[in-house]
Design a binder for this molecule. Structure first.
Ligand code: AMZ
Length: 266
């Protein structure tokens, strides 16, 4: 695919423009490729040492999701989220080189320079967690420079409060509160993760998502505890603009092709 710099549009091999912008009218089914120590892993509630899945060559995993029909990929640099973003730099650049579909990427983007570097490398949307909480004005700076569509904020919620720094530090605000703030700062989308249920493969309650959707106008992508096809069906009845699925796909609880049946693109 060819990419127009900063225009947020891609053209495929047939010269057709591929839609990149998240929308509440759509629901994208987005596979997660979480990277730790150069490998694709799945953690339980984001805790290091709980790896349930460890696969070599994340770039091959990413390419496989693309070949199976993923229109967007969700890549997380877990070492980055825990404070060591350099560790997976080489493998992330391999992933970006390997795949053609748009990538949203987060974990360890702690300065505007980190974000600019990744956006210039072809990441479609950077996901900002800790930096957005610590310096909300950086959301504004990046949205002004690259366009809101390319700036997503992560609202990771634990016991109803937003957590940062690899989910180890609690803030004093809820997801709707930070959602309002980041929307004002120009964020184009929100990744909402329910940390309490993430990786447990036991489903989730839609209420926290619905509360966030009511508080903001920008698109919200849901993540956390999505285990069965019924969970995906449940989300398709909300205004979620997408759903990130990790453990359920890697641990055989759900077939990606079945989940794709619930994908809505306008
Ligand atoms: O699994 C974890 N412990 C974890 C995780 N998956 N911690 C953070 N993250 C993800 C967030 C967000 O997408 O969901 O990393 C991103 C935020 O990273 P940072 O470095 O910007 O706070």
């Amino acid at each position: 695919m060819l990419k127009d710099n900063k225009s947020s549009s891609l053209k495929n091999e047939n010269n057709e423009v591929v839609k990149m912008v998240l929308s509440k009218d759509d629901m994208l089914i987005i596979p997660a490729v979480d990277i730790k120590n150069g490998k694709c892993v799945q953690l339980v509630q984001g805790k290091p040492g709980t790896e349930q899945v460890i696969i070599e060559n994340p770039e091959k995993v990413a390419k496989d999701w693309e070949n199976r029909g993923a229109e967007v990929l969700h890549i997380i640099n877990l070492d980055g989220a825990f404070g060591d973003s350099e560790r997976n730099a080489a493998v992330i650049s391999k992933v970006l080189h390997e795949v053609s579909v748009p990538v949203q990427l987060g974990g360890g983007i702690r300065t505007t320079e980190d974000a600019v570097k990744l956006l210039d490398m072809g990441v479609e949307r950077v996901i900002l967690g800790t930096m957005a909480v610590e310096n909300p004005e950086n959301v504004r700076i990046l949205a002004d420079e690259f366009g809101s569509e390319r700036i997503m904020v992560a609202l990771d919620s634990k016991d109803s409060m937003v957590v940062v720094k690899g989910w180890t530090e609690k803030t004093d605000r809820t997801a709707p509160q930070f959602g309002n703030l980041f929307e004002k700062k120009g964020a184009g989308g929100i990744l909402f993760t329910n940390v309490d249920v993430e990786g447990l493969l036991q489903g989730f309650d839609t209420q926290p998502l619905i509360e966030l959707l009511e508080a903001v106008k920008i698109p919200v992508v849901y993540s956390g505890g999505v285990t069965s096809i019924e969970d995906v069906a449940k989300l398709s009845k909300t205004d979620a603009a997408g759903v990130v699925i990790g453990s359920a796909l890697y641990r055989g609880k759900m077939k990606f092709e079945d989940a794709l049946k619930y994908q809505k693109t306008s």
